[in-house]
Design a protein. Structure first.
Length: 175
């Protein structure tokens, strides 16, 4: 009975999500672009910004009139202090796009509760070496958009931590 109720709540909460495009971090359009000011390319370590750009694009957010892609979000983050001094993504940098960062928690329960509330989560998986955009919840884990690996899900026990966002603005933004 508990699993059935969980599944009904998960489906009800996730029904409002838009379709998220799958952006591959090694796509020839941006894969060789330098991430921030680092020595690495988007193909090398761009799973997080690929997940972020997919999330933004799902809501129709434009960056300087262009669709949100790993290229346009990388350029935006470079030009608007979205990376710290060591090129780590600043989670609160998405506030300009109408997203409030709700925090990072080392438990899949944080993502489950947030997604059931209609919020969005980026999951840290593969023992902390990879990020994916969570797109749904199943009885055993999350459905995801993976920018690098040919996977469409991760089990709850594969999630290292989750970073979640609420949508504070429902209008389509063009920054």
């Amino acid at each position: 009975m508990k699993v059935v109720i969980f599944a009904i709540l998960a489906v009800a909460a996730l029904a409002a999500y838009p379709p998220f495009p799958k952006y591959l971090q090694c796509d020839e359009r941006w894969g060789n672009e330098i991430l921030g000011t680092s020595n690495y390319t988007i193909c090398d370590i761009g799973c997080l910004i690929s997940s972020v750009s997919s999330m933004l694009n799902g809501y129709g957010i434009l960056i300087e009139g262009q669709p949100s892609t790993p290229h346009t979000i990388n350029q935006y983050l470079i030009n608007h202090d979205g990376y710290n001094m060591t090129d780590w993504f600043i989670w609160t940098s998405l506030s300009a796009f109408g997203f409030k960062h709700l925090g990072i928690q080392p438990t899949p329960q944080f993502a489950i509760e947030n997604m059931q509330a209609g919020n969005l989560c980026i999951l840290h998986v593969q023992k902390g070496h990879h990020y994916v955009l969570a797109t749904g919840i199943t009885s055993t884990g999350f459905t995801i958009m993976d920018a690098f690996y040919p996977r469409d899900s991760y089990n709850f026990d594969e999630v290292v931590d989750a970073s979640c966002y609420s949508r504070t603005s429902q209008k389509v933004l063009s920054i």
